[in-house]
Write a protein that binds this ligand. Structure first.
Ligand SMILES: Nc1ncnc2c1ncn2[C@@H]1O[C@H](COP(=O)(O)OP(=O)(O)OP(=O)(O)O)[C@@H](O)[C@H]1O
Ligand SMILES: [Mg+2]
Length: 298
């Protein structure tokens, strides 16, 4: 079982979009995927329609320290060859981060919960979404994962914030590893790349700056372009690889981008494609994927 945490020290960089779309793609490739919405302000929980909502959610998982069947909701996506379930972020009366902060096992509590038989026996992959920031829940999510993915938008502000914020976060997390919570490698993915030269230059600078981060972070080769399809698919509550399957133009379609990302993250999936669940008429170009701001490109 592979456990992936989507983390960032900054909000609005595309964590939830990535968690949802990666999870759905892997499930469309035939994997059994469990999403965990560890953002106390739920958005992954609302990304796709829910077919069967469980009695419990994140608060139960964290306070009980285990995942049981009555905490797992079922996502409603037609024709999935695999499984796509979710531990939703419910609205607990307690502040979960505060609750966790006062526990001696705060760093490993979620990691241990993911060892529950209902997870280990039923899933190939766990993908955790988190809130952009630093807190006990965010740390527990990062420390529960085999590796971390951190989306970074290639504008100057988020680029430099990424370096500073991420280094601080990694240092803090590394100090927790003394009590048995190992920290997996972090992979940054450039998200929302516009086709303008400036954006490309900043993306290149981000890559170069990572050399200064002493190998703590690697930058994925896959770059997610800025494209309307990501927002439009979310509005329709369908995975972006199903929404934006074919397109001519300079910006690659989400179907290709998401496959490349999945193959880069999990090389054993190389050559595995999402099930072809749509008829030709539905697979045609929806025209929703063109890059925002493309008119600025010379
Ligand atoms: N590649 C992309 N191209 C265009 N828009 C995108 C892309 N990725 C994400 N977005 C849009 O960016 C916005 C923020 O994305 P998202 O909610 O996933 O970020 P987040 O990091 O989860 O935010 P928060 O910190 O609030 O949880 C959304 O409107 C989403 O549709
Ligand atoms: Mg989010």
């Amino acid at each position: 079982m592979i456990k992936i945490a989507i983390v960032s020290t900054k909000g609005g960089v595309g964590k939830t979009t990535l968690a949802a779309n990666l999870g759905a793609l892997l499930a469309d490739m035939g994997l059994r995927v469990l999403l965990i919405d560890a953002d106390e302000k739920p958005s992954l929980s609302k990304f796709f329609p829910i077919r069967r909502r469980a009695v419990h959610g994140l608060a139960y998982v964290v306070t009980k320290g285990m995942v049981t069947a009555d905490g797992i909701s079922v996502i409603d996506l037609p024709h999935l060859p695999g499984t796509l379930d979710i531990v939703i972020s419910d609205s607990p009366e307690i502040n979960l981060s505060d609750w966790l902060y006062n526990r001696i096992d705060q760093a490993v509590r979620l990691k241990m919960a993911l060892r529950s038989p209902d997870v280990v026996d039923n899933y190939d992959c766990v993908i955790m979404d988190s809130h952009g920031g630093a807190g006990a829940i965010e740390d527990a999510v990062a420390l529960a994962a085999d590796f971390l993915i951190s989306p970074v938008r290639p504008d100057v502000l988020s680029g430099s914030e990424f370096m500073d914020g991420t280094l601080k976060m990694l240092e803090r997390l590394e100090s927790s590893t003394a009590i048995g919570a190992g920290l997996g490698p972090m992979k940054a993915v450039i998200n929302c790349l516009r086709r303008s030269n400036n954006s490309r230059m900043v993306a290149d600078t981000i890559r170069q700056n990572f050399i200064l981060m002493q190998g703590k972070v690697t930058v994925l080769d896959t770059v997610i372009p800025n494209a309307n399809a990501y927002q439009a698919a979310a509005t329709e509550q369908i995975p972006v690889h199903r929404y934006d399957r074919h397109r001519s133009g300079a910006t690659p379609c989400a179907y290709d981008v998401m496959h490349q990302l999945a193959w880069e993250l999990i090389p054993s999936l190389n050559g595995v494609y999402a099930g072809h669940v749509y008829g030709d008429e539905e697979a045609s170009d929806r025209g929703g994927g063109e890059e925002e701001g493309a008119s600025h490109v010379g």
